[in-house]
Design a protein around this ligand. Structure first.
Ligand code: ADP
Ligand code: MG
Length: 331
């Protein structure tokens, strides 16, 4: 069966029957707007992401279920970066009419599973025909106690810089795919099925540890650059401290230049944050043994706008490229 056989309203009705009523939802799918309530005293967080066929995903590399999960993860990752709790999701779909229903169902299954993973509820959206290619727009709403909100602007010289998890795995998987090779299953899942660090972001914010935080979607140096621009500061990053997975390290042995993927590769969806040095013990106590682990990769400096990456001997490392920019001349 094709989507064209079911029609817009048939599709929406199926979707409505699959979404559960949930906490905070007065009206979900089926009215002109969703009507929701957020906990009293909490600030509303809103964020939107577009995923476009041929730009963000290729049908031949993607299984639909994982794509659905990824749509949610990349979006709630931004809520995590503010220290918030994801609550409600809106899903905009531009669908080719000839799309087999089984594929669309896979996408929706994955989306709903992703939503459940992060405790968020699908409350509405829009569905349109797309003459060419699949187009997915996800909007997440979340909330955070006002005094726990973490922006990008609070990093100050002397503070330590931490990241969660490992860097560069997703970019390495993408490089393998582009070269016609098959990444190992760990790397592939880091690329196709990333985890948003929602629980970690929430815990850090509730403990009031980060002065600035961002999720890594465009690459470490690019996203750190965003934090530093907002904060009016610079940074020194120690190359040898970058957290790397065993799969990534294996690739490095053959190709030392692959380290650039840890610095500039996108789609890690890890959290990067700054912490005052007198709070580092509290951070260690809070996160000891936790998954994902945290790694201290450098310090904030007063050299506004400058990121110095230094190797084990203290020499400046010149990175080959900057993070992903949709409108850069070479794209
Ligand atoms: P309207 O014309 O008033 O915008 P629609 O016919 O577009 O309403 O949508 C009807 C209902 O179905 C709304 O509650 C809307 O939020 C929901 N909806 C439509 N498409 C989606 C989707 N892709 N995901 C979730 N909800 C959807
Ligand atoms: Mg509409």
């Amino acid at each position: 069966m094709k989507l064209a056989d079911l029609g817009e309203f048939g599709f929406i009705d199926r979707l409505r029957r699959r979404t559960d009523a949930g906490e905070g939802v007065l009206l979900g799918i089926g009215d002109d707007c969703a009507a929701v309530v957020t906990p009293p005293g909490e600030t509303l967080l809103m964020t939107s992401d577009l995923l476009i066929e041929g730009v963000h995903f290729r049908r031949d590399w993607t299984d639909w279920h994982r794509l659905g999960r990824k749509c949610v993860a990349v979006n709630v990752s931004d809520i995590a970066a503010m220290g918030g709790t994801p609550r409600f999701l809106l899903l905009g779909l531009g669908l080719p009419p000839q799309l087999p229903l089984a594929e669309l169902d896979g996408l929706i299954d994955g989306f709903l599973e992703g939503a459940r993973t992060y405790g968020a509820l699908l409350v509405g959206g829009d569905t349109c025909r797309s003459p060419q290619g699949l187009f997915i727009s996800v909007t997440a709403q979340g909330s955070v106690p006002r005094e726990e909100l973490v922006g990008r602007g609070g990093a100050r010289p002397g503070q330590a810089i931490y990241v969660s998890g490992t860097l560069g795995d997703s970019a390495l998987a993408l490089r393998e795919l582009l070269a016609g090779r098959t990444p190992d299953s760990f790397l592939a899942s880091r690329h196709h099925d990333p985890s948003a660090r929602v629980e970690l972001g929430r815990r850090l914010a509730a403990a009031r540890l980060p002065t600035a935080m961002i999720d890594l979607s465009d690459g470490l140096l690019a996203d750190l650059g965003h934090v530093l621009a907002s904060s009016g500061a610079g940074a020194r990053i120690e190359l040898e401290r970058l957290p790397l997975s065993p799969s990534f390290r294996r690739a490095l042995v053959e190709d030392p230049a692959a380290i650039d993927l840890a610095l500039n590769g996108g789609e890690d969806y890890e959290l990067l944050f700054a912490v005052p040095s007198d709070r580092e013990e509290a951070l260690a106590a809070l996160t000891r043994g936790a998954e994902p682990p945290l790694t201290r990769i450098g310090v904030v400096t007063s050299a506004t706008g400058e990121i110095n990456v230094v190797d084990g001997k203290g020499r400046l490392y010149q990175s080959q490229q900057r993070g992903y920019n949709h409108f850069a001349p070479n794209t």
